[in-house]
Design a protein around this ligand. Structure first.
Ligand code: PLP
Length: 396
C-alpha cells in the first residue's frame, strides 16, 4: 500500500540514535548523551507565561493559516533589526518549526527531476525532504580546511540545467562552520547568474563565536534577495524545540504557495504558541546571550579536550552547538575483536562500551567524522571526555 516515494527515505537518524540512548538510560545505564540537537536550557519564563495567558484568555482557536499579524509584524521587525532584511506580511509564513517551513518550501518549489544542491556535510533532513518531493539531492562536498564552507568553483561545477535550488545552512549543523561575507557574496553571484533559489537555513544565527558575524545572504543585493528565502525558528535561540514554531521570509509567490500547502496540511501553528513566539521576539533577549555565552564556554572546553586525545582531531566550530571531530585516524583499529572501520562502528562502540551517545558522520554525508552536541552541562562534557579518552586508548 505504500507509495514509491516513501521507500526513498529513512527516519531521521539523529532521532534514531537518541531513541537508542534513551532506551539504554531507561534500563538504568549511565549514558552521557551527546546525541541530541537541542538546547538543555529551559524555555525562558516570560515566554511560557505568554502561552499560559493565551490559553487562559481563550486564545485557543484556529488562526490565519500563515500566522497572526502581530507575530508576522514581530518577525518583520526582527528581520529588519537583526538581519537587515526588509519584508512585508505577504512575504512571511509562520509554520510548525523551521523544519516545517523547509518542507513547505520543498513542496512549493521542488518537483520531479529538479536538482537541489546540498553542501555536504549536511543536516539530515535536507536530502530526504528533497526526495519526498521526487526531486534529486546533489551534494557539493565542503572541506574542513575551508571551514566547511562551499568553494564557489565546486558549487558552480555541480550546476546543470536542472538545478533548481541550493540549501545553505550557516552556522551549520553538523560542522559548526559559518559563511563569511566574501564567500556568501560569491555564492550569491553564482545563484543569480544561474537563476537558482537559495534556501538559507539561519536557525543558529544567534550562536556565533570568536567575533564571527552572521550574514543573511538576502542582504547582499536586490537580485539575490528576490532569489532567496530565509528560514528561521525558535527552537535553538529560545530553547523551544517542543513548541514547534518557525518561519520563512521570501518572495511573495513562494510564500503564497507555501501558505496554500500549509492550509491543506497542518493549517496554522498552535495559537498559544504564536503568542509565546511574540513574547520571545519582543521580550527581553538576555537569555539568548546567556545561553550563547554558556555554549561558548563548553565549546572551548570540549574542543580542547577532543584535540588532547590521540587519533582525534577537531576543527574549532565558529557557530551552532556541535563539534565535528575527524576520527578517521582510528579506523582499522580494533577494540578486542571488535573492528572499528567507519563512523558507525565507532559510534556504536562508544555507545555500547563507553556509554557515550553521539551521531556518526556517515548520516551527515562524511564518514570520517562524528558529531558531538555540546548542548549539555560542563560536568557531562568532562565525564564524556574522560570516557572517550579511555575508550580510544583501548583501541589497538
Ligand atoms: C534544529 C534544526 C532545524 C529545525 O528546527 P525546528 O524549528 O525545531 O523545526 C532546522 N535546521 C537545522 C540545521 C537544525 O539543526
Amino acid at each position: 500500500m505504500l507509495s514509491e516515494r516513501v521507500g526513498k527515505i529513512k527516519p531521521s537518524p539523529t532521532f534514531a540514535m537518541d531513541t537508542k540512548a534513551k532506551a539504554m538510560k531507561a534500563e538504568g545505564i549511565d549514558i552521557v548523551n551527546f546525541g541530541v540537537g537541542e538546547p538543555d536550557f529551559d524555555t525562558p519564563d516570560h515566554i511560557k507565561e505568554a502561552a499560559i495567558k493565551a490559553i487562559r484568555d481563550g486564545f485557543t482557536k484556529y488562526t490565519a493559516v500563515g500566522g497572526i499579524d502581530p507575530l508576522k509584524d514581530a518577525i518583520i521587525e526582527k528581520l529588519k533589526k537583526d538581519n537587515g532584511l526588509d519584508y512585508t506580511r505577504e512575504q512571511i509564513i509562520v509554520s510548525c518549526g523551521a523544519k516545517h517551513s523547509l518542507y513547505n518550501i520543498a513542496q512549493a518549489c521542488y518537483g520531479p527531476g529538479d536538482e537541489v544542491l546540498i553542501p555536504s556535510p549536511y543536516w539530515v533532513s535536507y536530502p530526504d525532504q528533497v526526495l519526498l518531493n521526487d526531486a534529486v539531492p546533489v551534494f557539493v562536498k565542503t572541506e574542513e580546511k575551508d571551514g566547511f564552507a562551499l568553494r564557489p568553483e565546486a558549487l558552480e561545477a555541480k550546476i546543470t540545467k536542472k538545478t533548481k535550488a541550493l540549501i545553505l545552512n550557516s552556522p551549520s549543523n553538523p560542522t559548526g562552520g559559518i559563511y563569511d561575507r566574501k564567500t556568501l557574496q560569491a555564492v550569491a553571484e553564482i545563484a543569480v547568474k544561474h537563476n537558482i533559489l537559495v534556501v538559507a537555513d539561519e536557525i543558529y544565527e544567534k550562536l556565533v563565536y570568536d567575533g564571527h558575524e552572521h550574514v543573511s545572504i538576502g542582504t547582499l543585493g536586490k537580485e539575490i534577495k528576490e532569489l532567496s528565502i530565509a528560514v528561521n525558528g525558535f527552537s535553538k535561540s529560545y530553547a523551544m524545540t517542543g513548541w514547534r514554531m518557525g518561519y520563512a521570509a521570501g518572495p511573495k509567490d513562494i510564500v503564497k504557495a507555501m501558505t496554500n500547502i500549509q492550509s491543506q496540511s497542518t493549517a496554522s501553528p498552535a495559537s498559544m504558541v504564536q503568542k509565546a513566539a511574540i513574547a520571545a521576539l519582543t521580550g527581553p533577549q538576555d537569555s539568548v546571550g546567556m545561553m550563547r555565552d554558556e555554549f561558548d564556554r563548553r565549546r572551548k572546553f570540549l574542543v580542547q579536550g577532543l584535540n588532547s586525545i590521540d587519533g582525534i582531531s577537531c576543527f574549532t566550530p565558529a557557530g551552532a552547538f556541535y563539534a565535528f571531530p575527524n576520527v578517521s585516524a582510528l579506523y582499522g583499529k580494533k577494540a578486542g575483536s571488535r573492528p572499528i572501520n567507519n563512523s558507525r562502528d565507532f559510534a556504536l562502540y562508544l555507545l555500547e562500551e563507553a556509554n557515550i551517545a553521539l551521531v556518526h558522520g556517515e548520516v551527515f554525508g562524511d564518514d570520517n567524522y562524528i558529531r558531538i552536541s555540546y548542548a549539555t552541562s560542563m560536568e557531562t562534557i568532562d565525564k564524556a571526555i574522560k570516557r572517550l579518552r579511555e575508550a580510544v586508548a583501548r583501541l589497538a
